[in-house]
Design a protein around this ligand. Sequence first.
Ligand code: MG
Length: 472
Amino acid sequence: MKFTILIPLLTFFILAFDPIEPIKSIPERPNIILIFADDMAYGDLGSYGAIGWKTPHLDQLAADGVKFTQFYVPHAVCTASRAAILTGTYANRLELFGALDHTANHGLNPEETTIAETLKSSGYKTGMIGKWHLGHHPEFLPTRQGFDSFFGLPYSNDMWPNHPESKNYYPPLPLIAGEETIAYLEDQQELTSWYTYKSLEFIEKNQDKPFFLYLAHSMPHVPLFVSDKFRGQSEQGAYGDVMMEIDWSVGQIREKLEDLGLTENTLIIFTSDNGPWLSYGGHAGLQAGLKEGKGTSWEGGIRVPAIFTWPGKIPADKVQDQVAMTIDILPTLAKLTNSKLPDLKIDGSDIWPLILGEKSELKPYFAYYNQNELQAVIYGKWKLVFPHVYRTIPSGTEIRNDGIPVKYGYIRLETAQLFDLSKDKGETTDVATHNPEILDMLNGFADQARADMGDKLRGMEGIGNRKAGRIN
Ligand code: MG
């Protein structure tokens, strides 16, 4: 009898003095895993039309979340693309271009704020595994940019003595843990496996805290390497094998989350830093009907696969056709976790409605390639490409499949061209003369960008640019 009285009384006190109640005002802090592949093309996932290999885990990731069909990087090259995703800012604004190598004396300015610093300020544990490429000197390493731990390479995996075109230019390729070089790589067969096991270790170690894991795979950037378990597994060859191992890695991570009961408290983002390195022929990814590849501002260079999955929060099996860019990830995560935005101006914006599969207001995006050339403006389905010189594989070139690149040729685009990407994602038909108002609008966006960030094609300096970090 006593219990029957006691229980309602206890219930009353629990409801009235529930100590958990005030915590409801604190936003949820999901774990966040950002997986960034290197040179993985738009068509490289099964859910984006890949043929020749299978990506069942990545396809399941897309089926469990939202898949973007018009998602961009602002710069189709490694260092610049990485600076952009981690800072939410166009990399040319940060004075970072191209791909840094072992001779660079600069890197991402320590004054800039990365996603890791943003989330760390909200109590996240932060770890980076994989390719950094924002400065290899200690002053610029991930551990100086908000990451509690780092395991990986300071720059691209082809920057080593075995480079097919630059023999003996590069020193041995260091593998770094924290800020210490722990080995020089003789081969790279285990790289994807190491990154994966280190990721599982990080997740397990931090399972009780909100964590941010930035896993930047070195693959499928050339030279292609796979472990024994994936060698010869695809119908296509080395590139397909590498894709299958990356897919396996995603599966391992999801399995670990499931085992630890973290699936519904973890947001996974999967995307790539730029399109396929076409001069490597069969050792490059699938263009899926897009024009050109890495190193250009055509769709093949800048449009990448992008998946956002958070079971229970992001609706499953959604396809989002609206435009977004890697620079939007930082402000989206900041909003989601109620973290402070960087003090310095950033260029991205919160795309959480888009991630939920909803429509959102359009904004212009700017695509640059190198040395501060404004090469294209994108506004929804419209893309205006400005006159510039771009690289291409000369017609009649024999495509190789052995990891040796062919030579690029160069084409000068003489006049600006306007494309309707909803009908013409291959950028074949200039519709400028039929759409003078659209042309005016996009030119207006471009003028604003030039005044702000400059444009080498017009000999213009911007007023809003900042400096890279430098030693000496
Ligand atoms: Mg790349």
